[in-house]
Design a protein around this ligand. Structure first.
Ligand code: FAD
Length: 396
């Protein structure tokens, strides 16, 4: 019988934690080195978006890990897109004819903690506050730094990088043998703002005649304010708030993030373009001035692995722009495929890694292209009456 190799995973984010759980469930000894402190003790330190849309491809992976019910208990169902025009009118475009075709809004922090718990329960060992800084592939050793910058060396097993779009393992692999890396910046950035629960907005909602129970807007929808070259979206959170994301060109003539250096200019822009929305964000100035502008890019690689020694998964291999809401979902799908391939041939990592790329790269490329197309659809086409007519006829 072939002995299962020890697995060393870099990154205990969404994809790393789920992959660790899946591998441990299949009998592998798995250790994870994660840069950030344990979010269950230190609080979740954020990172990218506050909440995310979980769709069928991600849910399928969670079902196979036995975690779908637990996750859905902490999620808010979204039946379709609620499109808001400049005049304050809104209309729901449903994703399907009934609630069998929906997506779910989940908190990134809560989901990450649930996945860490599940991985630990399956036998995974986590080392938090340990950042990968260098790799010696010949000696199978890595160098890690703790939060104070103190470095140490560690012997590793099969190396798998789930350390996100800025992957340190990818950089080390690329320096050892070029991966054919191409990063295409979108040129648009994003900033997050918050609509609090309805009880905090009671007076405003009374004036607007709105509000749904504890929510200021319809909770079971992904809200979009399309404005042609840019847009806002909002996803519901379980405690009654919404996370709003403004997507805007990073540079150039107004409107762009460069043309809105602070909350005063931004509030004037919102009162013109998103008037109803501005009144639902009472801490607009604080949010706008405090929250950073995130950047958005698509990552393409010719090679995802270094023979049988190291492999990249999730955003580390195929980061995409977020407009199809599929980056995490696609990374979750990676975890099931990889765990099954490794379990079937634990002694042949070179063939498993090559097969993983063969199976997953066409999917990742297709999703990357759809995500770029969907930005135009969300910020522009959804507001077009011809689009709506075609959609009514089932053409889109
Ligand atoms: P990450 O989530 O980036 O996790 C990487 C982990 O590695 C982190 O925990 C990090 O601390 C750790 N790490 C980094 N460097 C090191 C190091 N040197 N050493 C050790 N550890 C390290 N996807 C969806 O499916 N649906 C959505 O609705 C959606 N919305 C999005 C909205 C926005 C604004 C953005 C930016 C992205 C969105 N995505 C969405 C994409 C999604 O966030 C990513 O695809 C997902 O987070 C990828 O998970 P990951 O584990 O591969 O990477």
């Amino acid at each position: 019988m072939t002995q299962s190799p020890r697995i060393t995973l870099i990154g205990g984010g969404l994809v790393g934690a789920l992959l660790a759980q899946q591998l441990a469930q299949r009998g592998f000894a798995v250790e994870v080195f994660e840069k950030r402190p344990d979010p269950r003790l230190a609080g979740f330190l954020g990172g990218r978006s506050i909440n995310l849309a979980l769709a069928e491809r991600g849910l399928q992976a969670l079902r196979s890990a036995g975690l779908a019910d637990d996750v859905l208990q902490r999620a808010v169902m979204m039946r379709g897109r609620m499109v808001h025009d400049r005049d304050g009118h809104s209309a729901l475009q449903r994703y399907g004819v009934d609630d069998s075709e929906v997506i779910w809004s989940v908190s990134r922090g809560a989901l990450n903690m649930l996945l860490l718990d599940a991985a630990e329960a399956a036998g995974v060992t986590f080392h938090f506050g340990q950042s990968l800084v260098a790799v010696d592939f010949e000696r199978q050793r890595i160098r890690l730094a703790d939060a104070a910058g103190v470095e140490r060396e560690q012997t590793v097993g099969l190396l798998i990088g789930a350390d996100g779009a800025g992957s340190a393992l990818r950089a080390a692999m690329n320096a050892h043998a070029p991966l054919g890396e191409r990063i295409e910046a979108l040129g648009h950035g994003y900033k997050e703002l918050e609509i609090p629960p309805a009880d905090e907005l009671a007076a405003t909602l009374q004036q607007l005649g709105g509000g749904r129970d504890q929510y200021a807007l319809e909770p079971h929808a992904l809200h979009i304010w399309p404005r042609g070259g840019y847009m806002c979206i909002a996803l519901p959170n379980t405690e009654g708030s919404f996370t709003v994301t403004l997507f805007l060109p990073a540079q150039g003539a107004a409107p762009s993030f460069a043309s809105l250096p602070g909350s005063t200019a931004a509030a004037a822009f919102f009162s013109e373009q998103f008037p109803g929305l501005l009144s639902l964000i009472p801490r607009f100035a604080e949010d706008f001035d405090h929250n950073p502008v995130g950047t958005l890019s698509t990552l393409y690689l010719d090679r995802w692995h270094l023979d049988g020694r190291a492999l990249l998964v999730g955003d580390a291999a195929h980061a995409i722009v977020p407009f199809h809401g599929q980056g995490m979902n696609c990374g979750f799908e990676d975890t099931v495929v990889l765990a099954n391939l490794l379990a079937a041939a634990p002694g042949d990592s070179a063939e498993v890694f090559a097969e993983f790329q063969r199976v997953r790269q066409p999917n990742a490329d297709a999703i990357a292209a759809m995500a770029l197309e969907n930005y135009v659809e969300m910020r522009d086409s959804v507001a077009d009456p011809h689009y709506l007519a075609k959609r009514e006829l089932g053409a889109l």
